[in-house]
Design a protein around this ligand. Structure first.
Ligand code: C5P
Length: 218
């Protein structure tokens, strides 16, 4: 079978990772969660007591980290990171460091290396526009901010986190604004991406629409 690249982009909480993971499972492809890579750098910077706003230090850290795929999360220097990179603090820090051009350059290279070795479903903000501009299938997922905040709220609550809906909505709004207005590889729909508004769709329905798009490319 020829190599396949599926790019799924969109704002925070649009359902990208759940859907991308399922599509990858159905097609037997590797799933690459690029948001987890930005989160992992933020987490590691905190662990190492780095100043997360020191661009040079954070870029150096990004260069040193080795990322590999794992079905349950992202592996960084051999360590599996899961819940610890899903906190609101890490979300905000990841969004701040994602503005740094050096960090983006390093991660984009690592993401392209991964995709060069295997067929992938990759999700993020700049996959269809920048990381894999030649991807076979490009999808841009959206949903209203109300719906996205509610989904995050339910997800975090289910994990036993103490969260407040208004705070989450504000964090998502701020993150979207950061991601959309940053200078380097901002969040935007690629010209050739298929837009799917997931506000009133179930996960199964979204997965099915993307599977339809992929079937044409197999
Ligand atoms: O997708 P997730 O919410 O885990 O991503 C965390 C943050 O990482 C995003 O808010 C965004 O700032 C950044 N990101 C990015 N480019 C990507 C993936 C994530 O800038 N391809």
């Amino acid at each position: 079978m020829k190599q396949l690249q599926v790019a799924i982009d969109g704002p925070a909480g649009a359902g990208k990772s759940t859907v991308a993971r399922r599509v990858a499972g159905r097609l037997g492809l590797s799933y690459v969660d690029t948001g987890a890579m930005y989160r992992a750098i933020a987490w590691k910077a905190l662990q190492e007591n780095l100043n997360v706003f020191d661009e040079e230090a954070v870029t150096q850290l990004a260069e040193q980290l080795h990322f590999s795929l794992h079905p349950q999360g992202v592996m960084v220097n051999g360590q599996l990171l899961k819940e610890e990179i899903r906190t609101q603090e890490i979300s905000s820090l990841a969004s701040a460091i994602a503005k740094m051009p050096g960090v983006r350059r390093i991660l984009v290279n690592k993401q392209r290396d991964i995709a060069a070795r295997q067929s992938v479903v990759m999700d993020g903000r700049d996959i269809g526009t920048h990381v894999l501009p030649e991807a076979d299938v490009k999808v841009f997922l959206t949903a209203t901010i109300e719906e996205r905040a509610l989904r995050r709220y339910k997800e975090l609550k289910a994990r036993g986190a103490d969260v407040d809906l208004d705070g989450l909505r504000e964090e998502i709004r701020r993150r979207d604004e950061n991601d959309r207005t940053r200078k380097y590889a901002p969040l935007k729909q690629a010209k050739d991406a298929v837009l799917i508004d997931t506000t009133h769709l179930s996960i199964d329905e979204i997965v099915e629409s993307i599977m339809q798009l992929c079937r044409h490319k197999l």
